[in-house]
Ligand binder design. Sequence first.
Ligand code: HEC
Ligand code: HEC
Length: 325
Amino acid sequence: MSCGEGKPCLEAKYRRTALVVLLLMLLIFLGLSAASFIDSRNQVTPDTVSFGSHEAVAGKRVFQAYNCMGCHTMVGNGGYLGPDLTNTYEHAGSAWLAAFLPSAGTWPTSAALKIQLQGQDHAEDSKTASLDDYYKKYPGAAERVQRRGGHASIMPNLPLTADEVANLIAYLKYTSAMNTEGWPPKPKVDGLTFKYASPGLNVASAAAVPAVAAATAATAEAVADPTIHGAQLVKDYACTACHAADKQKLVGPGWGGLYGSKVTLTDGTTVVADDAYLTEAIRNANAQIVAGYTAGVMPEYANMLKNDEVAAIVAYIRSLQENGK
Ligand code: HEC
Ligand code: HEC
């Protein structure tokens, strides 16, 4: 731009304005950069949250490595196949998460939860080792166990190690502590008070009573025959979340045809799967680890199962052929 003959020259003025605007932008930029170092409005940060000795930052890495976001949302971002996980820790607590995550293909039962509560980190985190108190503190855990415990879930079993699970719990603890400004909102459902709405959904509970009576009768019969008792115990204790009755690998090795076979351990030695080996494998899972699996995934049942219960489970495993019959 150049000044024409006889016209007012504005070039210097425009240039000055541009410089002033540029300076203003620079000031805003520097100001905001400085402000980013100020602690944010009492927001919790991941480096301050831990579960036992496990840090939320490490859990975030596990969350990314397994691409949990592919199926789950976190504060609304991510995939929609599974539920949002922002507040799962707050609702269900660390012990429920520890019972669920390693064998996510099946929802945890109360026995599975009870075993986790024996762990020191969980007892410290929830400040109780009693299942009843835990349920009071985390009603979401009680609800999940009651509604779906022992049933198949549509989340796949992921090969998570015990450390990774604990890291994930630390991360979910952090996301539960985040200030999400009231998100997610409570859904406002007006439909049920609408006068033509169907009342039909919640009337089925009377039908459940005969089923309970039948189950009690089945338990009495089961105690008489250790194999049947064992079959019932592995369901109650949710061993079946990790072990199939045939040769199939779920989270742990399948039990079909296991009895009497040769098992290779991680240290390269072989043992015969007899009564003594199975008893030890159930009571102290981490004493001997089957080759191809990691330690710490299977809970320790030594304080949980009585000797005759372990014997009944061994009798049940002994009865299983390769096809699971
Ligand atoms: C292939 C998809 C998929 C992936 C990957 C996945 N999940 Fe899930 N997850 C699901 C589905 C689906 C459900 C709901 C299961 C149901 O309702 O039966 C679920 C349920 C859950 C729940 C229970 C939520 C609740 O409110 O009860 C937790 C916790 C969870 N997932 C954590 C994780 C974590 C942590 C990872 C990553 C390590 C992960 N999931 C990876 C699909 C997935
Ligand atoms: C969270 C998953 C999980 C649960 C729950 C679980 N296990 Fe395991 N189990 C494993 C894994 C993983 C292994 C292999 C690593 C090892 O040897 O500890 C295993 C190994 C075993 C073995 C040795 C198998 C072999 O091929 O030598 C037996 C027996 C066994 N479990 C029985 C049980 C019984 C009985 C229960 C319930 C009271 C149970 N498990 C609950 C994951 C689980």
